[in-house]
Design a protein around this ligand. Structure first.
Ligand code: HEM
Length: 119
């Protein structure tokens, strides 16, 4: 089961790269826009995150791992990623430039990285 869990962790980092990469790539662009990578990245984070939590909670990874789950951290990241996904979906329907939406999505994604590491 550990190999399956570790593959999901890798995909969690791929999702982060999709989301943050789509934001950072446009730092130098004149017209910022919301790209589909942002929505797909947010969905990847949501899906892989939920699978990991499910595996940890169910006890298949062992009782010790089950006890170590930080529910506050998970709840914050869950709410933030849902907001990011909604903003990305809204942004895809609007015309460029979408500087405000692009910036909020990027800052919320960075917030989730900080939460993941520090909380
Ligand atoms: C934009 C959204 C997200 C970002 C940027 C993000 C970022 C990260 C990062 C950097 C890590 C590795 C550091 C650590 O182990 O704490 C991580 C791990 C983890 N994340 Fe997320 N995350 C996001 C969304 C979510 C969501 C929505 C969930 C759950 C519903 C989740 C659940 C987890 C779990 C369970 C781990 C632990 C993996 C392990 O080391 O065993 N994440 N996340």
């Amino acid at each position: 089961m550990e190999i399956v869990y570790n593959i999901i962790v890798v995909l969690h980092f791929v999702g982060l790269a999709m989301l943050l990469g789509a934001f950072l790539l446009q730092l130098t662009a004149k017209e910022k826009t919301v790209t589909r990578w942002m929505f797909d990245g947010a969905m990847t984070q949501l899906l892989t995150g939920l699978i990991m939590v499910g595996m940890l909670e169910s006890g298949v990874m062992g009782a010790e791992e089950q006890e170590e789950i930080n529910h506050v951290k998970i709840a914050i990241k869950l709410v933030i990623v849902i907001v990011v996904a909604i903003l990305a979906a809204v942004g895809r329907r609007r015309q460029s430039p979408q500087t405000a939406l692009w910036l909020i999505i990027g800052l919320l994604t960075l917030t989730n990285v900080v939460v993941a590491v520090f909380v």
